[in-house]
Design a protein around this ligand. Sequence first.
Ligand SMILES: Cc1ncc(COP(=O)(O)O)c(C=O)c1O
Length: 380
Amino acid sequence: MTTLPHDDLGATWRAARTRPAGVHLDSAACSRQSAAVLDTVARHARHEAEIGGYVAEAAADGLLQQGRSVLAGLVGLAAADLAFTESASASVRTLFSRWRPAPGTRVGMLPGEYWQNLAVLTDAGLVPVVLPADDAGRLDLAAAERVLRDDPPALVHLTLVASHRGVVQPGRELAALCRAAGVPLALDVAQALGHVDCDLGADAVYGTSRKWLAGPRGVGFLAMRPSVSARLTPVVGPELFDDGGAGVDHARWYESHDAHVAGRVGLVVAVGEHLAAGPHRVRERLSALGRATRERLDGRGGWTVAEPPDEPTAITTLRPPADGDVRATVARLREHHGIVVTAIGRERAWAELTGPVLRVSPHLDATLEELDVLAGALAP
Ligand SMILES: Cc1ncc(COP(=O)(O)O)c(C=O)c1O
């Protein structure tokens, strides 16, 4: 049976937060913010009321820029490459609506692409080129190499960890193949940042604050190399300024003028907490939590785990027994046992899921005892 490494991380994470009302195993939906993050957000909002929203924003400028630098560094890019956005979905919409590849442009992607990303791409008239995957939904690199060599799409879009399955895609290897083929790679790290390594060599990377980084809701980011932003057209760009927008970093044209600045400041603090914990140690504890979850739950009451047992993520998804009802089970776990998990509908990945699954996603403070409680509640 798996034991958990780095118990100090669990203890620190727990001590930094309000006590949960029950058993929170739902960080792939939304993590619990630390008291320091909550206080930072409240303090910034109070500062806005005291000195004015724009003056408070200017006062936070240095911190925000430091945050852009650190966040971008986590995905292998630089401060000038990163724009704060409102969510991962807002980022992908901005990326493709401002890129505007010609309708009919072919985009490589996996069969299990996140439904809302797929909707954005098809709405833009782009044509999916499905890259082959194995039974777990993991990219077949040899097949991808053939596609990129023989009939390359104009770009590739990859979701590094899906919302419906805790499998890590071979992003670094795919980035190398794309680079060799001269095909830009866009990476969705909404479920990956703060969870698995995202510094992989992609050209555009976007994600969100509230999941594994445990920042505030309503904040996300879009980071891209200058070679990508050179293909984008901002709605309000340098040509509208009498100084030609001198001194504005290239990604900043894609930040909303008005925004939840307090949330952005909170995200910067959350990223600081992640770095202080040590991203490598965080990953080790999260993957051990994933393994411990799968060991306990696979086969329990007829529920079966979709991920390989040792997959290095903390996301576990369970297929129901023949007579199982995922939504009703999730409601029962919450109402009767105070356990928070998610029911994932098939719509998240039509081409990959055969039905709904129950998703369990503990963060650093989860204990083996809590996983045992879930196992007992799943099959009373
Ligand atoms: C893989 C993935 N991509 C994108 C998103 C969308 O993120 P947001 O809700 O921040 O727009 C999610 C949200 O669950 C996700 O899991």
